[in-house]
Write a protein that binds this ligand. Sequence first.
Ligand code: ZN
Length: 292
Amino acid sequence: MQRSCFAVLAACGILVSTTSAAPPLKALLVDGQMNRSHDMQATSVLLKQQLAQTGLFAVDHARSPAKGQDMGRFRPDFAAYHVVVLNYDGDEWPEATKRAFVDYVGGGGGVVVYHSADNAFPNWREFNEMIAVGGWGGRDEKAGPYVRWREGNVVLDATPGPGGGHGPQHEFPLVVREPNHPVTRGLPPVFMHSADELYNRLRGPALNLTVLATAYSPPDKKGTGEHEPMLMAIRFGRGRIFHTALGHGPQQLKSVAFIATYQRGAEWAATGEVSQKVPADFPAADHPNVRP
Ligand code: ZN
């Protein structure tokens, strides 16, 4: 009896010390400028919350000066973090900041590229290598190929044309294309996302890219008739980048398909592994799940 009480107390002690400890990972959300199609303020609040909710991340926030203001002092200390989440599309960063970011990622840092952050920096070579593909900003065939999924394989399509597009928002299923990656391991092979923009025609260098999940872009929704990359894992030097094309606005960030893949992608970018369980409300193929 005494022995079992002791064991319970010891277990309690371990539990208490685990739950009261600081989160093991440090995340930095970077925003400050965003194109006018997107509600940066509202999405940044949710992006930070969802990282904190995992219990894995202490989250800091670096907000750049507004568009057209002096960026000279915008120098986040990227190297102090396990993962940097980008919700930024705007003015060029100072050269020293760009260099620090390239050094951070190349040296093993993690990055999450969230939705319209893949519109940023069309002329910054290393950034485009990190995101693999991007849209708008004058991107065309000079940015690199389109990335398609055809007959079980990634196909790099060099057809000339603009980069970036989407039709009206609609619900769409995601199809896992790499079930053995830490981000996708254990997810259903097909799962439904709530009504969102389905990005198409993204293009870029597409180096060191693993397409984790695609979505079919239907022509009757102004789509391409192609399976477009939605969730991507990219290597840049020793760094890891998780790129999600999902999540146009605060409403879309309530979709469990977004939340769980974002949380898993951020952990993988930070550590190379995923310890999180697939949540019980993760959607199957038939309908999306949305949290309040
Ligand atoms: Zn959008």
